[in-house]
Design a protein around this ligand. Structure first.
Ligand code: GUN
Length: 281
């Protein structure tokens, strides 16, 4: 029987720690604020944005909401970012991705001040991660490190296989595991012997984006399995990239979907906001 890594519980623990910290800061006259920008009304984005605002409310972070029309020009969005960059009462700026097709995502990400880039997407923050300097780290991989640490799972010297090489999850995940002294392999859609490589993992982190792709024959007995995927199966039930029922008996620890990695992303976003205020204001 695998240990179930309870992301709901661990994220709640982090949010409660932050809530206390925010209350203490408020008592000394400092109020943390996060600006959340959404362009258009992509359904999934709306759910994420709503949950981010709810978490702010719970912790005591002021959230400023900017819901821009789908047809907003890139220049208008950049002007809003400039305004928020210059506003010293705003500590974090988050622009929900994906953006409409007529916008250049890289340009928008670069426009957010690295000191307010609580998503950790700005090239300066990504660069800092690569060379081991302080900076904001992308929330999902940062949350996975917290899941492992708070579950007392050692990373040092372990073979960690990451499936996925996105800028938001796979690449920063691999760098964070390296920082924890793991031996890291990155796999992706062009990897030839995926199953063999996965079977060598002590810690398998799956961000492949395909529902229930990872079956028991990909997993070494006793491995730790972290599932970043979130999908709906044919019965409209939430599922991950891992075939949970099959993999759970093989693993020593595993994250469920929902209630594993998902809630950690928002907890780490809140963590980054509080850090932004403490470091840069
Ligand atoms: N879209 C999907 N994930 C994320 C995220 O972590 N941050 C932002 N800004 N957009 C996203």
């Amino acid at each position: 029987m695998a240990k179930i890594i309870d992301g709901k519980h661990i994220s709640q623990e982090i949010k409660d720690e932050l809530k206390q910290e925010v209350a203490a800061l408020k008592a000394s006259g400092r109020e943390c604020a996060l600006a959340v920008i959404q362009v258009g009304n992509d359904l999934a984005s709306s759910v994420y944005v709503r949950n981010k605002k709810k978490a702010c409310e719970y912790i005591g972070i002021r959230s400023l909401s900017y819901e821009l029309d789908e047809n907003t020009s890139e220049d208008e969005l950049l002007a809003l970012i400039d305004k928020l960059n210059a506003d010293s009462s705003v500590h974090g700026i988050l622009c929900q991705l994906p953006l409409p097709k007529h916008m250049d995502e890289d340009k928008v990400i670069k426009r957010i001040s690295p000191e307010k880039d609580v998503d950790g997407f700005h090239p300066q923050n990504v660069g800092a991660l690569v060379i081991g300097q302080k900076g904001f780290v992308s929330c999902t991989p940062a949350g996975i490190i917290q899941l492992l640490k708070r579950s007392n799972i050692q990373m040092e010297g372990k073979h960690c296989v990451v499936i996925g090489r996105s800028n938001i999850v796979g690449k920063p995940m691999a760098l964070l595991m390296l920082r924890e002294n793991a031996t890291v392999t990155i796999c992706h859609s062009r990897t030839r012997n995926l199953k063999e490589l996965c079977k060598e993992a002590d810690i398998l982190i799956v961000a492949i984006g395909k529902p229930q792709f990872i079956t028991a024959d990909y997993v070494k007995e006793g491995a730790v399995v972290i599932d970043v995927g979130i999908h709906r199966d044919k019965n409209n039930k939430l599922c991950g990239d891992v075939k949970y029922d099959e993999v759970e008996p093989v693993a020593s620890a595993i994250t469920p979907v929902p209630g594993g990695v998902g809630p950690m992303t928002i907890a780490m976003l809140m963590h980054n906001c509080v850090e932004a205020m403490k470091m840069y204001s």
